[in-house]
Design a protein around this ligand. Structure first.
Ligand SMILES: Nc1ncnc2c1ncn2[C@@H]1O[C@H](COP(=O)(O)OP(=O)(O)O)[C@@H](O)[C@H]1O
Ligand SMILES: [Mg+2]
Ligand SMILES: [Zn+2]
Length: 304
């Protein structure tokens, strides 16, 4: 549904806290989304747990989760976390600590929005259109970016590169927004809060979403609700940049060695940034911003 997000920062920076607040700025489920979510819950045998709500799912499996628990399967071919997070958020805290095969298995649902589970005698497809939100420390000991700190076993940059390489290039290629979350100091906490409330941000997100739903409706793609879910030929059309934007995109695609997938993901993020600005046309600054969010991911891809 939404762009995938990776937060990188030292322990205590507030990564887990930020992720847990994300549902508070997401719009409620539409009736059709609610129906799909309840169908997954019902197959998973989790509907009895409580009344249905229109809050978006937020799933945070532990990094020890098995592959079957994450993507589904087992004897009953039950839906996994990726399906329980359908239309919501799948939060993977301490991303490099997950089993590599489990992370690899996420790639297919991230691409298609559903997951195929094969059993000896049958195959089931479950929906799995989720927003991946992941968090990681800069290195195993977590302190490599601390001024004056020396990792115990090896130079800081080696410690970081080794830890980051546990997350594969193809997975990083699907991360749209990679941000550094710096350590919080006591002074930051004492200073009066300058931020906006969740309600203010939620209103802006809601407006941008309505704009997207209306756009795709008018183009005859009524089933597409967001830029993220938009088919490639359509996003090329609706996110066609102005000339300045096009020049920037051409340069960046070459300098960052963007894959075709990354290129289209940049267009989607840029289209969304333009929607947040209520701009009809994707401009150079929207592309620049979208590319800046990827840049670090691209660094990691090359380091990996
Ligand atoms: N920006 C912030 N404002 C207020 N408290 C914060 C902030 N960042 C972190 N904290 C506090 O620090 C604690 C640790 O944050 P946490 O999200 O667990 O960090 P991380 O996941 O990056 O290790 C939080 O529970 C919260 O109390
Ligand atoms: Mg944490
Ligand atoms: Zn370290």
């Amino acid at each position: 549904m939404c762009p995938n997000l990776l937060m990188n920062g030292p322990p205590g920076a507030g990564k887990s806290m930020l992720a847990s607040r994300l549902p508070s700025i997401l719009p409620p489920l539409s009736p059709r989304e609610l129906l799909e979510v309840s169908m997954v819950l019902s197959v998973a045998g989790k509907l009895a747990d409580g009344a249905l709500t229109d809050r978006r799912p937020f799933r945070a499996p532990h990094h020890s989760a098995s592959m079957a628990a994450l993507v589904g399967g087992g004897l009953q071919a039950r839906p996994g976390e990726v399906s329980l997070a359908h239309h919501g958020v799948l939060f993977l805290d301490e991303l490099p600590e997950f089993q590599p095969q489990a992370l690899d298995a996420l790639r297919q649902p991230m691409e298609t929005g559903d997951v195929l589970i094969s059993r000896a005698n049958h195959r089931v497809v479950y929906p799995a259109r989720f927003q991946l939100v992941a968090a990681m420390n800069p290195c195993r000991c977590g302190r490599a970016t601390e001024p004056g700190f020396a990792c115990r076993r090896q130079p800081n940059d080696r410690c970081m590169a080794q830890y980051q390489s546990r997350v594969s290039g193809p997975l990083l290629d699907r991360i749209d927004i990679a941000i550094d979350v710096p350590a919080v100091t006591a002074a930051d906490l004492i200073r009066p809060a300058a931020g906006e409330s969740s309600a203010t941000v939620a209103a802006r997100v809601g407006a941008a979403r309505r704009l997207q739903a209306t756009r795709f409706e008018s183009l005859g793609f009524g089933h597409v609700m967001t830029n993220a879910a938009c088919p490639v030929p359509v996003i090329e059309e609706v996110a066609r940049p102005d000339n300045a934007g096009l020049a920037l995109l051409r340069d960046a695609a070459e300098a960052l060695r963007l894959t075709a997938r990354a290129y289209h993901r940049v267009l989607k993020v840029a289209r969304t940034l333009a929607d947040l600005d209520e701009e009809a046309k994707v401009g150079r600054r929207h592309l620049a911003e979208a590319l800046s969010y990827r840049a670090r991911g691209e660094d990691l891809v090359q380091a990996a």
